[in-house]
Every structure is written in structure tokens, then in C-alpha cells.
Design a protein around this ligand. Structure first.
Ligand code: TYM
Length: 335
């Protein structure tokens, strides 16, 4: 690799498709980085089995997710894209990092507590250990920047702490990564309960937009979006969470600012604004829909991208892992 800085990020293939939250909070920013940075994006399948998955669905979703990454506009010639399970160094580094991470700090992670409540019958070690695997993902590639939505910020902070702790104990090894969150859209809320994150696990199908949704489904979901009672299109997260969420979505999808959006819709009603927001999403995803239809039917191409991505990722990751193994005192054979 050249001397560009490295970006790493990933999405779990644990839903039928990427949500609009994934798109706006993560992928939309990934697209902006592909020329300036060396970008590495994984479909983090190892993470997804911390919650029980149907194996054949997981396989199909994983294939579809990589096709979605490409169809969103991530160029396989510019970005390394791969399945986390194809690069064994992730799990190997996670083990070493486990040995400098405390049970107490993991048990305090917000997402662990939330997911433990949601999946009370399956509070497995993987669920608790998940931030350590995420730290391994990031630290393996000398990552400087991790573009994420706000819900992952605590995990990136954990990765920073783990990196600094390791460096203190064993000497300078890891780059300490920074999180990157966009000003607008780092947290997209449910269209039905706009104080809750738009989440793939939401059972209300009108609450979540998937980027693979057909235009009429997208329009239907936006028309039914929950808003408050006064009819002014003004950004106010506390008192008008529903409309503020739509303003964020509209702004990101059209490339306008929140203020420009407020001005554009001054004096207009919610009904019209909901339709315009739906249309902005449909229009912004038009290229994606066309490309996705093409790519998804070409399994060989997607597999080829995954294979080349994993080959490159393995090569980079093994260098870091060798260094870590040396630092912690494992025997290394003379070549
Ligand atoms: P995951 O799969 O839950 O989400 C993937 C990305 O989408 C962002 N996101 C959102 N952003 C804004 N609004 C929303 N409603 C919304 N929902 C999701 C997430 O913040 C995330 O950036 N642990 C990670 C995956 C991961 C990872 C990594 C990320 C594994 N290893 C290393 C970065 C670096 C996760 O479960 O994200």
C-alpha cells in the first residue's frame, strides 16, 4: 500500500438488506473517502453470529451485502472489500486483545446491556466479547479513521483504549484510531418511533427503510412517518424528533444542509415534506437499484471481489499479527 491513511469499517449481515440508517450513517461517508484514503470495508459475519442466525439466510444475506456495497458505488478497484470470516487474523488478534481487556469494562458497554435484555435466553460470550473483535478488525490494518454512526462510538472508544493499553504494555504497536461521524445523519431514527434508532431488528416494517425496498414501499413508509402535531418544518431534536429525523434524511439524500432544507420548506406542510423526503430517497437510490439488480445476479463477480479482497486483507493483517505475536513473546521460526 502507498502512504495514504487507512479507513476501516464494517456492517453486520444480520438483516434482509442495508437499512437507510446503515446507508446514511456509514456507507454514504465511505463513498466520500475512496480516493483520499486506503479504504477497507468488511461484511462482518463473525459479529453477526453473536445473535442466533439461520445459516442459509446468513449465507444469502452475506452475498447480498457485498453486492449492495458495490452497488452503492464502492469501487472494488479502490476499496478492499471482504468477509471477516475469510481473514482468520481477526479472530486470532481478538484472542490476544481479550487477554488485556477486562470483563468489567465489557459488561458496562451499552450495546451489550441492550442486547442482553433483548436476547435474554442467549447472553453468550461472543455478545460480550464483540467490542474486542471489533477492536481487532480496526487495529489489524493500522487504521486511522473509522466511519460509523453514533451507536458504534463507544465501541471505537474501546478499541482506542485497547490499542493504548497494548502499546503501554508491549511498546508501540498499534495506531490509535479516531471515530468519524458525519454532522447530519450519524443517527437515523425509526420512522414510527422517532426517539428510537432505526434498527434492523424493529418488528414494525414501516419503521425501517431498506435500501433494496421498491420505490412504492419507500414512499408508503415515508407517507406514514410519525411526526408531531404542529405543522412547521423546523429542526428541533427535542421537541420535534420526527420532523428533525426527516430533515436529516432529506438533507443527506439531497446534499443540502439542514438550514437550506428548513428554508426550502418554510410555510409548507408535513404531508408535502414527507412525500418530498420519500422522493429524495427514491431518487438518490435509483443508481443503486439499477446496479444492484445487475450485480446480484452475477454471483461469480461478487465472489471474485470477495476473494481478491480477502487475499489483500490477509496479507496486511498477517503483518500486524506477526508483530503482535512477536511483542507478546510467542516463538517465531526463522524463515
Ligand atoms: P451495524 O452492523 O449495527 O451497523 C453498521 C453501520 O451503520 C451504522 N448505523 C447507523 N447509523 C445511523 N443511524 C442508524 N439508525 C444506524 N444504524 C446503524 C452503525 O453505526 C455502523 O457504522 N459493530 C458494528 C460493525 C463492525 C464495525 C467494525 C464497524 C464490526 N467491526 C469495525 C466499524 C469498525 C455494527 O454492529 O454495526
Amino acid at each position: 500500500m502507498d502512504d495514504k491513511k487507512v479507513i476501516f469499517s464494517g456492517i453486520q449481515p444480520s438483516s434482509q438488506a442495508l437499512t437507510l440508517g446503515n446507508y446514511i450513517g456509514a456507507v454514504n461517508n465511505w463513498l466520500k473517502f475512496q480516493d483520499e484514503y486506503n479504504c477497507i470495508y468488511s461484511v462482518v459475519d463473525l459479529h453477526s453470529i453473536t445473535v442466533r442466525q439461520n445459516p442459509s439466510e446468513l449465507r444469502a444475506r452475506s452475498l447480498s451485502f457485498l453486492a449492495q456495497y458495490i452497488a452503492c458505488g464502492l469501487d472494488p478497484n479502490k476499496n478492499i472489500m471482504f468477509y471477516q470470516s475469510h481473514v482468520p487474523q481477526h479472530a486470532e488478534l481478538a484472542w490476544v486483545l481479550n487477554c488485556i481487556t477486562y470483563v468489567g469494562e465489557l459488561s458496562r458497554m451499552t450495546q451489550f446491556k441492550d442486547k442482553s435484555r433483548k436476547h435474554a435466553d442467549n447472553i453468550n460470550m461472543g455478545l460480550m466479547d464483540y467490542p474486542v473483535l471489533m477492536a481487532a478488525d480496526i487495529l489489524l490494518y493500522k487504521t486511522s479513521l473509522v466511519p460509523i454512526g453514533t451507536d458504534q462510538k463507544q465501541h471505537v472508544e474501546m478499541a482506542r483504549n485497547i490499542a493504548m493499553r497494548f502499546n503501554n504494555v508491549y511498546g508501540d504497536t498499534f495506531i490509535v484510531p479516531e471515530p468519524f461521524m458525519a454532522k447530519s445523519g450519524a443517527k437515523i431514527y425509526s420512522l414510527q418511533a422517532p426517539t428510537q434508532k432505526m434498527s434492523k431488528s424493529d418488528e414494525n416494517e414501516n419503521a425501517v427503510v431498506y435500501i433494496t425496498d421498491e420505490p412504492d414501499a419507500i414512499m408508503r413508509k415515508f407517507k406514514r412517518a410519525v411526526t408531531d402535531s404542529d405543522n412547521r418544518i423546523v429542526y428541533d431534536e427535542v421537541n420535534k424528533p420526527g420532523i428533525s429525523n426527516l430533515i436529516n434524511i432529506y438533507a443527506v439524500m439531497t446534499g443540502k444542509t439542514v438550514r437550506e432544507t428548513e428554508i426550502e420548506f418554510e410555510g409548507k406542510g408535513y404531508g408535502e415534506f414527507k412525500i418530498k423526503t420519500g422522493e429524495a430517497v427514491v431518487e438518490r437510490l435509483a443508481d443503486f437499484r439499477e446496479k444492484y439488480k445487475r450485480i446480484t445476479s452475477d454471483k461469480t463477480y461478487v465472489e471474485q471481489v470477495a476473494k481478491e479482497g480477502a487475499d489483500k486483507a490477509r496479507c496486511l493483517a498477517s503483518k500486524t499479527l506477526d508483530k503482535v505475536y512477536r511483542k507478546v513473546g510467542f516463538v517465531q521460526m526463522s524463515k
